[in-house]
Write a protein that binds this ligand. Sequence first.
Ligand SMILES: [Zn+2]
Length: 133
Amino acid sequence: MHINDAVFLEDLCPKFRLRQWRKSIHRFTGKSCIYCGKPSESIDHVLPRSQGGLSTTENCVPACLSCNGDKSDENALFWYRRQKFYDPRRAMAIRAWLDGDLRLAIRLLQWANPNIKKTNKKYEKDESEYKAA
Ligand SMILES: [Zn+2]
């Protein structure tokens, strides 16, 4: 498929684009929660939508349902610091992600979780169940 066709298809189908975007967010971390490393089942708005947070890649991180629900409307970095699974490398990764430096964020996450590639394939099948929260 030509690259221009792909753009055209995405413009025609916003839902398709949204699904691709969610998939790519999860793929960045090997489908693991950016906070605790468990399988990511949802997308968390770092700055909550209720506070004007946008659905952009910089503001949306893969998160498990437990972290997503527990964090709720709190500032992600303050909330994260209080967690038992707090890891300074992940905190740096979250900050890099918010800055839009995904490459650095992913490198920090891989450093925090060397198994990131192993978990990658396991959850490939239930992508349709992911939803933004
Ligand atoms: Zn989590």
